[in-house]
Write a protein that binds this ligand. Structure first.
Ligand code: URA
Length: 258
Protein backbone atom coordinates (compact mmCIF):
# COMPACT_ATOMS: atom_id res chain seq x y z
CA UNK A 1 0.00 0.00 0.00
CA UNK A 2 1.34 3.40 -0.94
CA UNK A 3 2.25 5.63 2.01
CA UNK A 4 0.84 9.12 1.83
CA UNK A 5 3.48 11.76 2.44
CA UNK A 6 2.16 14.79 4.28
CA UNK A 7 3.15 18.08 2.67
CA UNK A 8 4.05 19.52 6.06
CA UNK A 9 6.45 18.80 8.90
CA UNK A 10 3.98 18.66 11.88
CA UNK A 11 6.24 20.85 14.03
CA UNK A 12 7.88 24.18 13.41
CA UNK A 13 10.86 22.91 15.45
CA UNK A 14 12.63 21.84 12.27
CA UNK A 15 12.39 25.40 10.88
CA UNK A 16 13.94 27.19 13.88
CA UNK A 17 17.40 28.41 12.83
CA UNK A 18 20.61 27.65 14.68
CA UNK A 19 21.65 30.49 17.03
CA UNK A 20 18.24 32.09 16.76
CA UNK A 21 17.73 35.83 16.91
CA UNK A 22 14.33 37.44 16.57
CA UNK A 23 15.14 38.60 13.05
CA UNK A 24 16.43 35.17 11.98
CA UNK A 25 13.40 33.44 13.47
CA UNK A 26 10.97 35.90 11.87
CA UNK A 27 12.66 35.33 8.55
CA UNK A 28 12.59 31.55 8.89
CA UNK A 29 8.90 31.62 9.82
CA UNK A 30 8.11 33.05 6.39
CA UNK A 31 8.79 29.61 4.93
CA UNK A 32 7.04 27.57 7.62
CA UNK A 33 5.41 24.36 6.42
CA UNK A 34 4.73 22.90 9.86
CA UNK A 35 1.03 22.39 9.20
CA UNK A 36 -1.35 22.67 6.28
CA UNK A 37 -2.37 26.24 7.15
CA UNK A 38 0.49 27.57 5.04
CA UNK A 39 -1.56 26.54 2.03
CA UNK A 40 -4.52 28.60 3.27
CA UNK A 41 -3.08 31.85 4.57
CA UNK A 42 -1.59 34.56 2.36
CA UNK A 43 1.56 34.70 4.44
CA UNK A 44 3.03 33.97 7.87
CA UNK A 45 2.05 36.64 10.36
CA UNK A 46 4.86 36.72 12.87
CA UNK A 47 4.86 38.69 16.15
CA UNK A 48 5.78 42.34 16.23
CA UNK A 49 7.21 44.78 18.75
CA UNK A 50 10.48 45.71 20.40
CA UNK A 51 12.80 42.88 21.40
CA UNK A 52 13.10 44.60 24.79
CA UNK A 53 9.33 44.51 25.35
CA UNK A 54 8.30 44.08 28.97
CA UNK A 55 4.88 42.82 27.99
CA UNK A 56 3.89 40.22 25.40
CA UNK A 57 0.31 39.72 24.25
CA UNK A 58 -0.55 36.36 22.73
CA UNK A 59 -3.70 36.10 20.62
CA UNK A 60 -5.15 33.15 18.74
CA UNK A 61 -4.28 33.58 15.08
CA UNK A 62 -4.18 36.41 12.54
CA UNK A 63 -7.52 37.52 11.15
CA UNK A 64 -8.46 38.51 7.61
CA UNK A 65 -6.80 41.94 7.72
CA UNK A 66 -3.69 40.65 9.49
CA UNK A 67 -3.35 37.92 6.85
CA UNK A 68 -3.39 40.52 4.09
CA UNK A 69 -1.10 43.00 5.89
CA UNK A 70 1.31 40.37 7.26
CA UNK A 71 1.14 42.06 10.66
CA UNK A 72 -0.63 40.99 13.88
CA UNK A 73 -3.52 42.91 15.45
CA UNK A 74 -4.01 45.54 12.76
CA UNK A 75 -7.73 44.80 12.21
CA UNK A 76 -10.77 45.58 14.40
CA UNK A 77 -9.56 43.46 17.35
CA UNK A 78 -6.19 45.20 17.19
CA UNK A 79 -7.83 48.62 17.17
CA UNK A 80 -9.80 47.69 20.28
CA UNK A 81 -6.60 46.41 21.90
CA UNK A 82 -4.88 49.73 21.07
CA UNK A 83 -7.68 51.71 22.71
CA UNK A 84 -7.75 49.48 25.79
CA UNK A 85 -3.97 49.74 26.19
CA UNK A 86 -4.21 53.49 26.06
CA UNK A 87 -6.99 53.52 28.66
CA UNK A 88 -4.93 51.23 30.88
CA UNK A 89 -1.84 53.42 30.53
CA UNK A 90 0.27 50.83 28.72
CA UNK A 91 2.22 52.19 25.77
CA UNK A 92 1.46 50.04 22.71
CA UNK A 93 4.91 50.82 21.31
CA UNK A 94 6.49 49.00 24.24
CA UNK A 95 4.56 45.75 23.90
CA UNK A 96 5.16 42.75 21.70
CA UNK A 97 2.06 41.25 20.09
CA UNK A 98 1.90 37.79 18.63
CA UNK A 99 -0.36 34.77 18.15
CA UNK A 100 -0.45 31.10 19.10
CA UNK A 101 -0.84 30.25 15.40
CA UNK A 102 0.90 32.26 12.70
CA UNK A 103 -1.35 31.57 9.70
CA UNK A 104 -4.97 32.60 9.13
CA UNK A 105 -7.36 29.65 9.18
CA UNK A 106 -10.57 30.41 7.37
CA UNK A 107 -13.40 29.07 5.23
CA UNK A 108 -15.36 30.79 2.49
CA UNK A 109 -18.72 32.24 3.52
CA UNK A 110 -21.66 30.40 1.96
CA UNK A 111 -22.59 33.53 0.08
CA UNK A 112 -20.13 36.17 -1.03
CA UNK A 113 -16.38 36.32 -0.99
CA UNK A 114 -15.94 36.78 2.74
CA UNK A 115 -13.35 34.64 4.51
CA UNK A 116 -14.74 33.38 7.80
CA UNK A 117 -12.36 32.78 10.71
CA UNK A 118 -12.03 29.14 11.79
CA UNK A 119 -10.59 28.18 15.15
CA UNK A 120 -7.23 26.40 14.90
CA UNK A 121 -7.21 22.85 16.24
CA UNK A 122 -4.81 21.26 18.74
CA UNK A 123 -2.43 19.82 16.15
CA UNK A 124 -2.16 23.18 14.36
CA UNK A 125 -1.49 24.96 17.66
CA UNK A 126 1.09 22.31 18.60
CA UNK A 127 2.82 22.51 15.21
CA UNK A 128 3.15 26.29 15.53
CA UNK A 129 4.25 26.31 19.17
CA UNK A 130 8.05 26.40 18.57
CA UNK A 131 7.65 29.87 16.98
CA UNK A 132 5.90 31.17 20.08
CA UNK A 133 8.44 29.50 22.37
CA UNK A 134 11.22 31.15 20.35
CA UNK A 135 9.56 34.57 20.64
CA UNK A 136 9.17 34.19 24.40
CA UNK A 137 12.76 32.96 24.76
CA UNK A 138 14.19 35.83 22.72
CA UNK A 139 12.01 38.70 23.98
CA UNK A 140 11.88 37.42 27.57
CA UNK A 141 8.88 39.55 28.55
CA UNK A 142 8.28 40.13 32.26
CA UNK A 143 4.57 39.60 31.75
CA UNK A 144 2.73 37.51 29.17
CA UNK A 145 -0.96 38.24 28.57
CA UNK A 146 -3.02 35.61 26.85
CA UNK A 147 -6.06 36.84 24.93
CA UNK A 148 -8.95 34.39 24.86
CA UNK A 149 -9.31 30.67 25.36
CA UNK A 150 -7.06 29.42 22.53
CA UNK A 151 -3.95 31.31 23.65
CA UNK A 152 -4.72 30.81 27.35
CA UNK A 153 -5.17 27.07 27.02
CA UNK A 154 -2.15 26.75 24.73
CA UNK A 155 0.07 28.37 27.35
CA UNK A 156 -1.66 27.49 30.62
CA UNK A 157 -3.20 24.10 29.95
CA UNK A 158 -6.43 22.76 28.50
CA UNK A 159 -8.23 22.99 31.83
CA UNK A 160 -7.64 26.73 32.10
CA UNK A 161 -10.82 28.84 32.10
CA UNK A 162 -10.49 32.53 31.20
CA UNK A 163 -13.90 33.28 32.72
CA UNK A 164 -12.73 31.96 36.09
CA UNK A 165 -9.15 33.21 36.31
CA UNK A 166 -8.97 36.34 34.17
CA UNK A 167 -7.08 39.38 35.40
CA UNK A 168 -5.04 37.68 38.11
CA UNK A 169 -1.31 36.96 37.91
CA UNK A 170 -0.64 33.27 37.29
CA UNK A 171 2.69 31.70 38.21
CA UNK A 172 4.32 30.20 35.14
CA UNK A 173 7.82 29.33 33.91
CA UNK A 174 7.08 31.50 30.85
CA UNK A 175 7.53 34.86 32.62
CA UNK A 176 7.38 36.49 36.03
CA UNK A 177 3.62 36.44 35.65
CA UNK A 178 1.06 35.40 33.08
CA UNK A 179 -2.30 37.15 32.93
CA UNK A 180 -5.24 35.84 30.95
CA UNK A 181 -8.10 37.91 29.68
CA UNK A 182 -10.76 37.73 27.00
CA UNK A 183 -9.96 38.12 23.33
CA UNK A 184 -10.83 41.60 22.00
CA UNK A 185 -12.84 39.87 19.24
CA UNK A 186 -15.12 38.48 21.96
CA UNK A 187 -15.72 42.06 23.14
CA UNK A 188 -16.62 43.03 19.56
CA UNK A 189 -19.03 40.09 19.32
CA UNK A 190 -21.03 41.11 22.41
CA UNK A 191 -24.75 40.78 21.62
CA UNK A 192 -25.80 44.41 22.18
CA UNK A 193 -24.24 47.85 22.79
CA UNK A 194 -24.67 47.69 26.57
CA UNK A 195 -23.05 44.25 26.78
CA UNK A 196 -20.29 45.42 24.49
CA UNK A 197 -19.59 48.52 26.62
CA UNK A 198 -19.48 46.35 29.74
CA UNK A 199 -17.17 43.79 28.09
CA UNK A 200 -14.84 46.58 26.98
CA UNK A 201 -14.72 48.06 30.48
CA UNK A 202 -13.97 44.61 31.95
CA UNK A 203 -11.19 44.12 29.37
CA UNK A 204 -9.69 47.52 30.25
CA UNK A 205 -9.96 46.66 33.96
CA UNK A 206 -7.89 43.51 33.34
CA UNK A 207 -5.23 45.53 31.51
CA UNK A 208 -5.16 48.04 34.36
CA UNK A 209 -4.34 45.15 36.69
CA UNK A 210 -1.41 44.32 34.41
CA UNK A 211 -0.28 47.97 34.48
CA UNK A 212 -0.50 47.95 38.28
CA UNK A 213 1.47 44.69 38.46
CA UNK A 214 4.19 46.18 36.26
CA UNK A 215 4.39 49.34 38.37
CA UNK A 216 4.45 47.37 41.62
CA UNK A 217 7.24 45.17 40.28
CA UNK A 218 9.36 48.11 39.19
CA UNK A 219 8.78 47.70 35.46
CA UNK A 220 7.16 51.08 34.77
CA UNK A 221 10.59 52.55 33.99
CA UNK A 222 11.32 49.67 31.65
CA UNK A 223 8.16 50.47 29.72
CA UNK A 224 9.44 53.97 29.05
CA UNK A 225 12.92 52.77 28.24
CA UNK A 226 11.46 50.17 25.89
CA UNK A 227 10.16 52.88 23.57
CA UNK A 228 13.57 54.57 23.30
CA UNK A 229 15.28 51.23 22.94
CA UNK A 230 13.17 50.43 19.89
CA UNK A 231 15.29 52.72 17.78
CA UNK A 232 18.54 51.20 18.98
CA UNK A 233 19.95 47.77 18.38
CA UNK A 234 20.40 46.44 21.86
CA UNK A 235 22.22 43.30 22.79
CA UNK A 236 20.59 40.53 24.80
CA UNK A 237 22.89 41.44 27.69
CA UNK A 238 20.61 44.45 28.26
CA UNK A 239 18.36 42.17 30.30
CA UNK A 240 19.77 39.66 32.79
CA UNK A 241 18.61 36.11 32.08
CA UNK A 242 15.82 34.88 34.32
CA UNK A 243 14.19 31.58 35.16
CA UNK A 244 14.78 28.85 32.63
CA UNK A 245 16.68 31.28 30.43
CA UNK A 246 19.19 31.71 33.27
CA UNK A 247 19.76 27.95 33.15
CA UNK A 248 20.40 28.15 29.44
CA UNK A 249 17.35 26.03 28.61
CA UNK A 250 15.31 28.34 26.49
CA UNK A 251 17.12 28.30 23.17
CA UNK A 252 16.77 24.50 23.20
CA UNK A 253 13.15 24.70 24.24
CA UNK A 254 12.57 27.17 21.46
CA UNK A 255 13.78 24.56 19.02
CA UNK A 256 11.25 22.11 20.44
CA UNK A 257 13.83 19.77 21.93
CA UNK A 258 12.22 19.59 25.37
N1 URA B 1 -7.04 38.07 16.42
C1 URA B 1 -5.93 37.48 16.90
O1 URA B 1 -5.97 36.60 17.74
N2 URA B 1 -4.77 37.90 16.42
C2 URA B 1 -4.63 38.85 15.52
O2 URA B 1 -3.52 39.15 15.14
C3 URA B 1 -5.83 39.46 15.06
C4 URA B 1 -7.01 39.05 15.51
Amino acid sequence: MATRVKPYAESAATFIPERPTLEKVRDAAKGCRACWLWTLGTQTVFGEGPRQATVMFVGEQPGDQEDKAGRPFVGPAGKLLDRALEEAGIDRDTVYVTNAVKHFKWERAERGARRIHKKPNDSEIRACRPWLDAEIALVRPRVVITLGATASQALLGKQFRVTKDRGTPIASPLAEAVFATVHPSAVLRAPDPAARAQAEQDFIADLKKVARHLAEHGHAQRLRRGRAAKTRTETRAAKPPRGRAAQGELPLAARGRR
